[in-house]
Ligand binder design. Structure first.
Ligand SMILES: Cc1ncc(COP(=O)(O)O)c(C=O)c1O
Length: 460
């Protein structure tokens, strides 16, 4: 993104398109829809202050054209491997985002019944969905099996629970074993998932045993299809994902040797984003690393990118409430915080903060939210102008793990979500109201029947 008001607007999605419309692999990655035009921060060519004028702030703004461009580039990178792209819905499960990706042919990686109903509502094909997560409930397994979703099983007990559900529903259920490959990657400790102390998946020996049970015919209604691995997020290079894939492949081959017809090798997500605004390692490098692992192995490969498809496409727009001057320096209090963007508090993440109106910079500024926690600091040293109450700022690269991690802590409603496509902005989700925060409670208590609404068509 350019800071200069004078720069011309970049090509659509910030990517240099090739002749066939596919973004070039030398284009900035991920594509950046935010840039200054005539001193105003714009998204997809629209001034952001106009985009949020109706909803007010705080508001998440996502550029769907940038999401689509990112998806196309990942899909094109993995196309020579015949790999399936399964978008990790946990990164951003806004219905408009999911519908955009479903419309492009993406499958989905979900980790809860709630994510699955969102994908279904957005028009996603359940047969192109996988369901991971260490703590699936019976109701969630029923929902998944009922819709033909492939379940990525993470424990022996879960496999028994899945077999019970499949038998009761009289629906054959496809499953893959999530293997913990004991691969440690150099990323924030909270997003390392493939080392042997992580809670995810089962150790290789247990994976062998689960597949052996299937080979012995002990899992009647279940159809084993292969193996799932996910070593972590925001990976510094493709080495970890390749190492994880190698371990997964060994388990898969062992299952084949035991007589099973296995071909599903899902290597998870982890494609990174440069939160400093630069270009990250592109999906082509990940595809190349995996190509050497799966060459000649006759597997159906799948990848589960989350962040790389949506992070740069989104910003959180917020209003300055107050200025504070302390001995430590300048501080701005804004109308959003860790309850809407948890990443700085949870991962010490640094998001770029930009004024919606370009102005001379006034020096490092701490930007804090209204939450009564010392960790409610969104930026420690943002380079900002001397902003006054009422002026707007945008936290960039906030399209992934932003709204999906938002909470109502301190009695705060969650932000609106606005989507931009083809030069038009639409409200995809209105801001929560105080009334909605109270909707499922009574002060006096009531029976469940009195307080619970009717089940929806999916039975949730
Ligand atoms: C199983 C699984 N797949 C995919 C992802 C997506 O990771 P990323 O957003 O880093 O691509 C995650 C993230 O936690 C995950 O747990």
């Amino acid at each position: 993104m350019s800071q200069s008001p004078a720069v011309p607007h970049p090509a659509p999605n910030g990517a240099a398109p090739t002749g066939d419309g596919t973004p070039s692999r030398r284009a900035p990655w991920p594509p950046d829809p935010f840039s200054y035009l005539d001193g105003r921060l714009c998204v997809g060519g629209l001034p952001l202050d106009e985009v949020v004028a109706d909803t007010g702030t705080p508001a998440y703004v996502y550029d769907l054209d940038a999401v689509a461009a990112a998806y196309r580039r990942v899909a094109a990178a993995f196309e020579p491997l015949g790999a399936r792209v399964l978008y990790a819905a946990k990164a951003n499960s806004n219905l408009a985002v999911l519908a955009t990706l479903a419309g492009l042919g993406s499958g989905f990686d979900v980790v809860s019944g709630g994510e699955l109903v969102r994908v279904l509502r957005a028009g996603g094909d359940p047969e192109a969905c996988v369901f991971a997560g260490v703590g699936k409930t019976t109701a969630e397994l029923e929902l998944a099996v009922g819709h033909g979703v492939t379940v990525h099983v993470e424990s022996a007990d879960e496999l028994d629970a899945l077999a019970e559900v499949a038998a009761r529903l009289e629906r054959p259920a496809r499953f893959a074993v999530r293997v913990n490959p004991d691969v440690e990657v150099d990323t924030h400790v909270n997003i390392q998932t493939g080392h042997d102390e992580a809670k995810f998946g089962v150790p290789v020996a247990v994976a062998h045993e689960l597949l052996a049970r299937a080979a012995r015919g002990e899992l009647g209604g279940l159809i084993p299809v292969g193996v799932h691995v996910h070593v972590g997020s925001q990976l510094p290079d493709p080495d970890g994902v390749a190492a994880g894939a190698r371990v997964g492949l060994e388990v898969l081959e062992a299952g084949r040797a035991a007589g099973l017809e296995l071909d599903w090798l899902d290597v998870g997500g982890g494609l990174p984003v440069d939160y400093g605004g630069g270009t990250a390692i592109g999906p082509e490098r990940f595809a190349a690393a995996l190509a050497t692992v799966v060459a000649g192995r006759d597997v159906r490969l799948a990848v589960e990118p989350g962040r790389a498809l949506v992070a740069r496409a989104g910003a959180l727009v917020s209003k300055v409430l107050y200025r504070k001057h302390r001995s430590a320096g300048r501080m701005l209090v804004v109308d959003t915080g860790m309850h809407h963007l948890l990443r700085p508090a949870l991962y010490q993440a640094v998001h770029r903060v930009r004024p919606l109106r370009a102005a001379p910079l006034a020096g490092p500024t701490e930007v804090v939210g209204p939450i009564c926690e010392s960790t409610d600091v969104l930026a420690t040293e943002a380079d900002l102008p001397d902003l006054a109450p009422g002026e707007l700022v945008a936290f960039l690269d906030a399209g992934a793990y932003g709204m999906t991690m938002a909470s109502n802590y301190n009695g705060q409603p969650r932000p609106a979500e606005i989507v931009v496509a083809d030069g038009v902005a639409r409200v995809a989700r209105r801001r929560e109201t105080w009334e909605e925060l109270l909707a499922s409670e009574t002060a006096t208590g009531a029976s469940v029947a009195a307080i619970q609404g009717p089940a929806g068509p999916l039975g949730w």
